[in-house]
Design a protein around this ligand. Structure first.
Ligand SMILES: Cc1cc2nc3c(=O)[nH]c(=O)nc-3n(C[C@H](O)[C@H](O)[C@H](O)COP(=O)(O)OP(=O)(O)OC[C@H]3O[C@@H](n4cnc5c(N)ncnc54)[C@H](O)[C@@H]3O)c2cc1C
Length: 401
């Protein structure tokens, strides 16, 4: 390579592609270096909240994605005791769409907007020299005024820039399967809860469904056969035994292709900007996938990052101070959400409160809609921590307890 680009983005997933598209449309010179060759699938629950759908619309790719996705009116949450809560989004729609489709369309949009996209390029090293970053792949070195780490959960850029420590050692593991023949609920993606585990189901227009479970490491280790030999109907049902109502619906379904696993999944956060470097998507902020917000937050953050970077480049200041507005957005937008998600994780997967809560939500759809407005629409967390909401929720729980 041996050249200079104004902005180099490492990683062409949703965060990198969206940042690239938005920056290129602002007339900035952008180079995306992506390890995989696209289209590539990625282990994911494959549902997008209305917040993410709005970002896809702003990026101008929604019309292309819609025919290859299923529209969602809401989420179905199934409590550990099997109580089904149909939670409609307060407004707008979500989408079930495979990452092979979504990520490919986003990266193409970046290329159409004018970004140079190189796939099959693994970034091995990044180094700060003077006021430039030097990015090394097997094909050579490229220099950048601004470097963007959009390289996911185990970000090379975040570690090399000193913004994160090493990869997490503890956390749950995810295992994802594709099935055919599972009867699903039209317009609803599913989230099945169990003690210390959960499983999402997302159905696609071609009749296949994605079943992705997040489980303790020990459970995944016990079921190595699912990964080594490929899932059979019997091994799939044993793997998902913690979700009895899902297992009974899965009995006639057939697993297709290979199963994939990833872990440990530990929430991670820290500084998101340094001198001439900025992190987006999972590289900046990884939250447990329980609430399925990752892509929506990655896209929303990418649009903010692009605006801040374009402004900094116009002002000739790509240093940390020039990028600080993005760090402020992150802090203001996400720190309360992070604390709230820890509470949601505890209530949903580790406390007995989930059963009375699921019953209250079943009987009072407005209460669960309010919850979904925070998770799916990006409303402030204060909406569900307000005393009026909490007292209505507590009364609804106690009334029938
Ligand atoms: C089990 C599970 C289920 C999930 N379910 C959902 C869900 O239903 N809905 C939702 O919204 N979110 C979900 N998420 C979260 C979602 O997958 C992420 O938030 C999202 O992928 C973040 O996008 P990204 O672009 O930051 O990172 P990624 O999608 O991880 O993209 C990073 C890209 O960087 C590339 N890369 C990495 N290292 C290098 C390198 N050194 N050189 C070049 N390229 C590199 C990778 O190949 C990859 O393409 C889930 C996550 C998990 C783990």
């Amino acid at each position: 390579m041996g050249r200079t680009a104004e902005v180099v983005i490492v990683g062409g997933g949703p965060a990198g592609a969206a940042t690239a598209a938005a920056l290129a449309r602002r007339g900035r010179e952008v180079l995306v270096l992506e390890r995989a060759t696209f289209p590539r699938d990625k282990l994911c629950g494959d549902f997008i909240h209305p917040l993410g759908v709005a970002a896809l619309d702003r990026l101008g790719v929604l019309d292309e994605i819609r025919p290859r996705a299923r529209a969602l009116r809401g989420m179905m949450i199934v409590s550990p005791a099997g109580r089904e809560v149909f939670a409609p989004f307060p407004a707008g729609i979500g989408l079930s769409v495979s990452r092979a489709v979504l990520d490919d369309l986003l990266l193409r949009a970046a290329w159409r907007a004018g970004a140079v996209v190189k796939t099959g390029r693994v970034v091995r090293r990044v180094l700060r020299r003077g006021d430039r970053w030097r990015i090394t792949t097997e094909e050579g070195e490229v220099a950048a005024r601004v470097l963007i780490g959009a390289d996911g959960l185990r970000s090379t850029v975040a570690q090399a820039a000193g913004l994160r420590g090493g990869p997490p050692r503890r956390g749950r593991y995810a295992i994802g399967l594709r099935v055919r023949g599972l009867g699903t609920y039209e317009g609803f993606a599913e989230m099945h809860l169990a003690r210390g585990a959960y499983c999402g189901v997302s159905a696609f227009p071609d009749g296949q469904a994605n079943v992705t479970a997040v489980l303790p490491k020990a459970t995944v280790a016990l079921r190595r056969d699912v990964l080594a030999q490929g899932p059979t109907r019997a091994s799939m049902l044993t793997l998902l035994a913690s979700f009895p109502s899902l297992v009974s619906r899965l009995r006639p379904a057939d697993p297709i292709g290979r199963a994939r696993a990833i872990g440990p999944l530990a929430p991670a956060a820290g500084p998101v900007v340094g001198d001439g470097v900025l992190l987006v998507g999972d590289a900046a902020w990884f939250t447990d996938p329980l609430t399925g917000q990752g892509v929506s937050l990655a896209l929303t953050g990418a649009l903010v990052a692009a605006e801040v970077i374009a402004g900094a480049l116009r002002a000739g200041d790509g240093r940390a101070a020039g990028l600080a507005a993005y760090a402020h957005w992150h802090r203001d937008r996400l720190s309360a959400l992070r604390r709230f998600l820890r509470l949601v994780d505890w209530i949903a997967l580790r406390s007995p409160l989930i059963e009375p809560l699921a019953r209250a939500w079943q009987e009072h759809p407005a209460l669960v809609s309010r919850f979904l407005s925070v998770i799916g629409h990006g409303d402030p967390v204060s909406r569900v921590l307000a005393p009026t909401y909490l007292s209505r929720l507590a009364l609804a729980c106690i009334w029938r307890a």
